[in-house]
Write a protein that binds this ligand. Structure first.
Ligand SMILES: [Zn+2]
Length: 308
């Protein structure tokens, strides 16, 4: 079985355990963004490590740190979190989140140079640390598919084709997911190497089904974030997807990219919400143990190790 590359070195697919496919542990958001929204200051290594420890106690094993270059990825801080909680496998990424976060340098730099820089993050390591990225990111804006949106996705497609690392995209409020798959696959990316984040921001069965039917993964990462709608909506669509035979095309995370989501920073629901509250609720609502194991363990392993 193929292996994946977290910070502390290669891990076999069967040893990944319970995976959170989309998380943020520590990053330094750009200054202009912090002026706009202070709730992106998720940068305290000790607090993040403390809560990651509770997630591990709840059964978590592997986490994908999705902070992209334009969002203020800080590999040194994530490495320190990893050193403090060495039994969690942390996979880091390269690539871009969405056009809104990208500064002028992204638009003024030649595409081939940006591709080369991302490939270097994967093959040689990030910012001189030797820590290799294991995921490529791209993303689009709210209901847009502009030249800038396409540039970020094209970079993701080409870096994937060169390196083989899977692609996880950002969708804004769950929009343009199907279009992302169409565009990425037009360059030869296989659907099962693509996962779309934040799809449950738009809990629309018809839309999720048509994405999952391509073979791509729909990423659910809003459990417990009630401002984005109650979990009842999320679970209803989840159940319909599983009943439609698409339960193997779903990845689960919580995307706690704001300190207000973390208990150690004074907020909630906390990093262990999915494992201690959301999964027990799915059980209570009658989701089968096999369906839950797919969500937590088997689907992310398939995705990360490029099983069909
Ligand atoms: Zn995120």
């Amino acid at each position: 079985m193929a292996s994946v590359m977290p910070i502390r070195g290669e891990v076999a697919g069967r040893d990944l355990g319970i995976v959170d496919y989309h998380e943020h542990l520590a990053f330094d958001a750009p200054e202009w963004l912090l002026r706009e929204d202070r709730d992106f200051r998720l940068n305290d290594v000790e607090k993040s490590a403390e809560e990651l420890e509770t997630w591990m106690q709840a059964g978590g094993r592997t986490i994908i740190e999705m902070s992209a270059i334009d969002f203020g990825r800080n590999i040194h801080k994530v490495k320190r979190v990893s050193d403090l909680v060495p039994n969690v496998h942390i996979i880091v990424i390269t690539g871009y989140n969405k056009p809104y976060y990208c500064d002028r340098s992204v638009w003024q730099t030649d595409e081939s140079d940006l591709i080369r820089a991302c490939v270097r993050d994967i093959t040689e390591g990030i910012d001189g640390t030797g820590i290799k990225a294991g995921i490529m990111k791209g993303g689009t804006g709210y209901n847009t598919f502009t030249e800038r949106d396409k540039k970020l996705l094209r970079i993701a497609a080409k870096v994937h084709l060169e390196t083989g690392v899977p692609i996880i995209t950002h969708t804004e409020a769950g929009t343009m997911g199907y279009e992302q798959v169409e565009y990425l696959t037009s360059f030869g990316v296989e659907p099962h190497r693509i996962c779309l984040s934040h799809i449950d921001r738009n809990p629309d069965f018809w839309e999720h089904r048509r994405i999952a039917e391509t073979g791509a993964y729909v990423g659910y990462d809003c459990p417990g974030k009630i401002k984005y709608g109650p979990d009842e909506l999320r679970n209803t669509v989840l159940r319909r997807l599983i009943d439609a035979g698409l339960g193997t095309r779903i990845l689960l995370g919580n995307d706690l990219g704001r300190p207000s989501y973390w208990r150690s920073y004074g907020g909630g629901p906390g990093l262990d919400f999915v494992l201690t509250k959301f999964i027990p609720r799915l059980r209570a609502e009658g989701f089968s143990p096999a369906a839950i194991d797919d969500l937590l363990i088997h689907n992310p392993r398939r995705f990360l190790t490029s099983e069909e």
